[in-house]
Design a protein around this ligand. Structure first.
Ligand SMILES: NC(=O)c1ccc[n+]([C@@H]2O[C@H](COP(=O)([O-])OP(=O)(O)OC[C@H]3O[C@@H](n4cnc5c(N)ncnc54)[C@H](OP(=O)(O)O)[C@@H]3O)[C@@H](O)[C@H]2O)c1
Length: 299
């Protein structure tokens, strides 16, 4: 069974593929990246999430977008049915040997990166383009005005914002109107402090896309937070990751998930979350007490 959800005017699968791990540190190489994306698409996934900034040391920006494009061009299925979302406004620094992330929300950067994304993806118009992360050095409305220009110029069909507060959602909506269709925020069993933005998105009819929905692939998280999910998983005979994703999807009809994967097996398992129906009692158990579930940024 494939569950679909709406992002703006487009319908896509509720479970997408977060492509970031396929080109960041410890990726398993280009061939495995292509195989992973193909496996997801062959299994019915129609939502790929990438970004300008998903590249490792020694590689150029857009490495991930290039991989996504290569995967789509070498895939036999209906390319036009796949929603590709990308992001602008983030960059990476490798100077101290440990990769870090930087923000650049200056309008000129966003305009340039948006056009580069379209060119790298090989499209005239990007399906969904996010402003990746607020830049404290740039007033938020100035960054959002640049995103509006990208929509006005046809570089992006729909605009999203990421790592946004409720207040920033309102600013973006005031400037973008109906062109704002999605908010992509961190949300998982170990990071629930964005629940207010999820609720506001539901109220406003915006899609809410959970990032690092499984807790993130690089950071050791408090495994005890997943215990209830493991218990429910054992009862259903499925992986606890499927239970996590099904719990997130049950948070509202506007919620989508984009679990990351380094290899086909994990995304194929995650896609099965769409088949998993959790009872009200199970959902209440999993909701638990979110008070202490606010671990830091899982990137
Ligand atoms: N907007 C933002 O600022 C932002 C920030 C971070 C991430 N993102 C997006 O969110 C996506 C997901 O986040 P993420 O990749 O950090 O973390 P994640 O989805 O929370 O976790 C990915 C990890 O979970 C494992 N996994 C996935 N499905 C599994 C399954 N069914 N069973 C067992 N293990 C499973 C993967 O294992 P394997 O490694 O073994 O495949 C991978 O290591 C990213 O790819 C990116 O597109 C956005």
């Amino acid at each position: 069974m494939v569950i679909t959800r709406t992002i703006g005017q487009l319908t896509t699968t509720a479970v997408g593929l977060g492509c970031m791990p396929l080109s960041l540190e410890n990726n398993l190489g280009r061939d495995m990246g292509l195989q992973t994306i193909h496996a997801a698409l062959d299994a019915g996934c129609r939502h790929l999430d990438t970004a300008w900034a998903y590249y490792e040391s020694g590689k150029t920006p857009e490495a991930n977008e290039r991989l996504v494009r290569a995967a789509l061009e070498s895939w036999d299925g209906p390319r036009q049915d796949v929603l590709v979302a990308t992001k602008v406004g983030h960059n990476r620094n490798f100077t101290d040997g440990v990769p870090t992330w930087g923000q650049d929300g200056r309008p000129e950067t966003l305009l340039r990166q948006g056009k580069e994304c379209a060119s790298t993806l090989g499209v005239d118009t990007i399906d969904l383009l996010y402003f990746h992360r607020p830049d404290p050095k740039v007033p938020y409305d100035q960054s959002i005005e640049a995103m509006k220009t990208l929509a006005d110029e046809g570089v992006a069909r729909m605009i999203g914002i990421s790592n946004a507060s409720v207040e920033q959602i309102h600013i973006a909506r005031r400037i973008l109107g109906d062109r704002l269709v999605a908010v992509q925020n961190q949300f998982s069993p170990v990071y629930r402090s964005t629940q207010d933005t999820l609720d506001e998105c539901r109220r406003l009819g915006l899609a809410f896309v959970c990032w690092s929905s499984l807790g993130g692939y690089r950071r050791a998280v408090d495994a005890s937070k997943f215990e209830p999910f493991r218990k429910v998983a054992a009862a259903h005979g499925v992986s606890y990751q499927q239970v996590v994703l099904a719990w997130e999807l049950a948070k509202g009809p506007n919620v989508l998930v984009i679990p990351g994967a380094h290899r086909p097996a994990t995304i194929l398992d995650s896609l099965k979350a769409a088949d998993l129906v959790l009872s009200d009692e199970e959902l209440r158990l999993l909701d638990g007490d979110p008070a202490d579930c606010t671990e830091g940024d899982a990137r």
